[in-house]
Design a protein around this ligand. Structure first.
Ligand SMILES: Cc1ncc(COP(=O)(O)O)c(C=O)c1O
Length: 426
């Protein structure tokens, strides 16, 4: 914010306060917290219901109504392979949540150990996971649940700070993994550069055998632009370096079809998948293959998937545009933000020490924002700056209104802080 005299700040604060009280008096009830698809996005897939028309057989004659085939039906594994850019033979198609698969993979490494109990995190080390920040709160919850300590590295424009990641791995055998959301990262929208992908592929060469990259490609096909940035193939780079065992890749159709009834995927090396399958076999006899088959029928090839995703983009592009319009026109002097070309989020940084206050003010004015700190491990943003904006769920007029409140709250919190600092100096 440019320099203002004491009197200018006082009159600006009064003006912003009047606006704030007027917004409060509107008794709003708006919510831009979670990255959920809107009802009209979900409706794009309503024809999933009834797709099978009573034919439950896969192309190779499997009856999807019955138990079995833990790896999932062949044609849906091909869909997962297209999404994640990996070979279909190296994909398991599962239930409706990739988050569950991530947890099970962690659990496997933690208790049983990849290639033997001597590599189990609980035996071999005091497990620590590298978390690029800001990042996805549910990844942090998985770590917390297993008592895996989280070590942060900064998220840069090209992905995680790879110098910091490599240094941590080289210096500390307790590092057991790295969280990644390589395309349209949650919440920054960053797409990892080719160099970042290459360096991630090489981590397996310097890390301990129990180390795994958790490569959560949740937004692999969630482009907003017609000319999206291409993410390099981690699979190919790992193959070139012989490091396939060091990586798990994940994805799902949660934000493609139904968030509550999609299909999830995990991809890994043959040996990794064989071990995972053993553990999965203890938990479940077979995932929902009827749902897998109808997904496969809905997306017979990658083009069908991309065409469907362009319909999602049509629906949510105006909402992202509304957020960016509000930020660009009003908050240039009050913070910084990311220009996401896809995914579900825009990440806003206030001036240091203000995020919690902005969230509090907005909540009191009837606009729910993701709690400040949620994008950092243990809910603690050391600089109290980051706020994740998730514009997909509410209808466009609500996004516009919520942003009006957001803009007012950011300005008010900033001006109040400046003023109180100025007054305390005098
Ligand atoms: C980065 C990321 N991974 C995973 C998920 C959840 O995926 P799923 O529905 O497949 O469990 C989300 C949902 O917001 C996400 O943002």
């Amino acid at each position: 914010m440019s320099y203002q005299t004491r009197d200018q700040l006082i009159s600006l604060e009064t003006e912003l306060n009047v606006q704030y009280q007027a917004l409060k008096a509107q008794n709003l009830k708006l919510d831009i917290t979670r990255g959920k698809p809107s009802a009209d996005q979900l409706s794009l897939s309503d024809h999933l219901d009834g797709f099978l028309e009573g034919n439950y057989l896969t192309a190779d004659g499997e009856d999807t109504r019955n138990y079995g085939n833990l790896r999932g039906v062949t044609e849906v594994r091909k869909l997962g392979a297209d999404m994640l850019n990996v070979p279909a033979d190296n994909v398991i198609a599962a239930g409706n949540a990739s988050l569950t698969l991530m947890y099970i993979c962690m659990l496997h490494s933690f208790y049983y150990g990849a290639r033997g109990s001597e590599n189990a995190w609980s035996n071999a080390c005091k497990a620590k996971m590298i978390c690029p920040v800001p990042g996805y709160d549910r990844h942090f919850s998985l770590c917390e649940n297993l008592g895996v300590e989280m070590v942060t590295v900064p998220m840069r424009e090209a992905g995680p700070d790879m110098d910091a990641v490599e240094a941590l791995i080289e210096d500390d055998d307790n590092i057991v993994g790295l969280w990644c959301v390589p395309k349209y990262s949650n919440p920054t929208g960053v797409v990892y550069s080719d160099e970042t992908v290459e360096r991630i592929a090489q981590l397996g060469k310097i890390a301990k055998p129990w180390f795994r990259v958790f490569y959560d490609n949740a937004y692999a096909v969630h482009d907003l632009s017609d000319t999206p940035v291409q993410l390099a193939s981690l699979w190919d780079r790992c193959e070139a370096h012989g490091t396939q065992d060091s990586v798990w890749q994940f994805g799902s159709t949660s934000k493609i079809t139904f968030a509550g009834a999609g299909v999830s995927f995990v991809a890994g090396s043959n040996d990794n998948l064989a071990e995972l399958q053993k553990l999965l076999g203890v938990i479940i006899i077979g995932f929902d293959k009827v749902n897998q088959l109808r997904h496969a029928k809905m997306f017979p090839d990658k083009q069908a998937l991309l065409t469907h995703m362009s319909m999602h983009a049509e629906l949510i592009r105006p909402k992202f545009a509304a957020v960016l319009q509000a930020l660009n026109s009003e908050l240039a002097e009050y913070g910084s933000w990311t220009q996401a070309d896809g995914g579900y989020f825009i990440s806003f940084d206030t001036e240091p020490g203000l995020a919690s206050e902005v969230v509090r003010l907005a909540n009191e004015a009837g606009v729910k924002l993701t709690p400040a700190g949620a994008t950092f491990p243990y809910g603690k943003d050391p600089e109290d700056r980051n706020i994740r904006i998730a514009p997909t769920l509410p209808p466009l007029p609500e996004v516009v209104k919520a942003m009006e409140v957001f803009v007012n709250c950011v300005k008010l919190a900033t001006v109040q802080k400046k003023l109180s600092k100025l007054l305390s100096q005098n």
